[in-house]
Design a protein around this ligand. Sequence first.
Ligand SMILES: NC(=O)c1ccc[n+]([C@@H]2O[C@H](COP(=O)([O-])OP(=O)(O)OC[C@H]3O[C@@H](n4cnc5c(N)ncnc54)[C@H](O)[C@@H]3O)[C@@H](O)[C@H]2O)c1
Length: 515
Amino acid sequence: VSPTIFLSGSMGAGKTTIARALSPDAIDLDASIEAREGKSVQALFASVGEAGFRRIEAAVALEVAAARPAVVALGGGTVTDPAVRRALLRAGTLITLRARPQTLAARLESDRSRPLLDAAGIDRAEILAQLIASRADAYAECHATIDTDDGDVASFVDRIRSIAARRPLAMPLGTRTYPIDVGRGLDAVVRERIEQLSPTSVVVVCDEATRAIADRLAPSAPRVVLPPGEAHKTIASVERIWDAALEARVDRRALVLAVGGGVVGDLAGFGAATLLRGIDFAQVPTTLLAMVDASVGGKTGFDRAQGKNLVGAIHQPRFVVADVDALVTLRDRELVSGLAEVVKSAWLEGEDDVAALEADVPLLRARDPDALERAIRRALRTKIAIVSEDEHERGARAHLNLGHTLGHAIEAASGWRETHGECIALGMIAALRIGIALGDATPADLDRATRLIAALGLGVDVDAALASPAIPALLAADKKRDAGAVRFVVPGAPGRIRLERLPIDRVLSLARAVT
Ligand SMILES: NC(=O)c1ccc[n+]([C@@H]2O[C@H](COP(=O)([O-])OP(=O)(O)OC[C@H]3O[C@@H](n4cnc5c(N)ncnc54)[C@H](O)[C@@H]3O)[C@@H](O)[C@H]2O)c1
């Protein structure tokens, strides 16, 4: 089933015309509102004011989003309500149609039914320009933007169909919104995304394992080929990126393209965040862990002797393209490691995602590409919802650290011999033990998570991991600590998560308690 296509954008941008060309059954939101309320939009504005109209419009938009797939021409202001916008982004493909104010004014010249254009004495193009400017963030939060100044309806229809068929995701962050493509055979998509940005130059960062992919994607761009592994997530690697970019004489409109796992992505992102005080970067994640987690959300940085990720910056990518085909060469251990973050996301999201993941276990173990794509999409939806509400981790974003407080300590205690995901899986089991002790989780929740983690091929021996004498000091070095306590992510049943400030010794004693 093709997903719902929502067309947004200013009045006059072409929403109704293009929607009809996409489907004879296209829904016009204004017409739906008029039918429901028995009044014209103009009359509604007059009787209940703009705020009242927006409330009615939001209700109708949410109904349409929940209904069967369709093509929907939204109202010009529908997406100004953030809750509506996010619901539309989740329910289908949201496309913003855009045109210059003069184009819009010319198209609307004979139209006298537009309440927001009726301010006497003011040039319509001027009003439209102000309207678009005031809605810049809302219109930018979409899966794609199409300029309709030039070109014919048939070509817009083709483009919209091909975009919708890819079912792109998007991280909605106002004018810093970026598209996230997930699928197979996406080399052309990467090239198209680069072309859309039209950077002055591209610098590629990869590691030895991903060099071949980087060569294919951007054969002529200067590149930094890092030695693989967490041991190289250091300032020395960042310096190599800085130097390669500066030697290539990058300017403020250059692009750093990260092709690799979480290590390459975090380093390239930090390099881009700091080069010339911040240039663009984009992510082509090549490990499952990077596809479901590290490549989206904008956290970048590197490790110090004192601990992981202690120096960094939040710098969002301009696009992310996760090509499941890249996973073919990934070692089994790395793939399974990524599945730990998939379990984490599912547990954060709720029952439906956990059940879907449980059902897909055999396919995931067999590396079925469709099952992998489903898992990546579900995990990304969760991450997108959380990050878009709390980019700077003042609240709910901390939920993404489920399993990480103890997981990071276990990882460091193993001398990085265990992978990130292997340790996060153990950290989640330990967190559920704490959840039981605090009355949030039940032994059945712990048992379910443990079985799922084991079925995916991850270790579950938490007691052995926590027995390491290095753990207390490593926990005390956690960057989320303050005054001997950590903001601990306490899990309950799937979808039930909360934060509690816990003293470090209590975290350990509760996690070690055999339940
Ligand atoms: N920024 C964030 O929000 C975020 C989130 C989670 C994790 N991380 C970071 O991500 C890192 C872990 O990521 P990772 O597991 O991807 O590690 P990684 O980048 O070290 O990749 C793991 C291994 O797989 C190899 N590899 C990568 N792609 C491959 C491919 N397609 N085929 C074969 N081999 C391939 C790499 O060379 C490496 O040896 C950690 O440093 C962690 O801190 C960041």
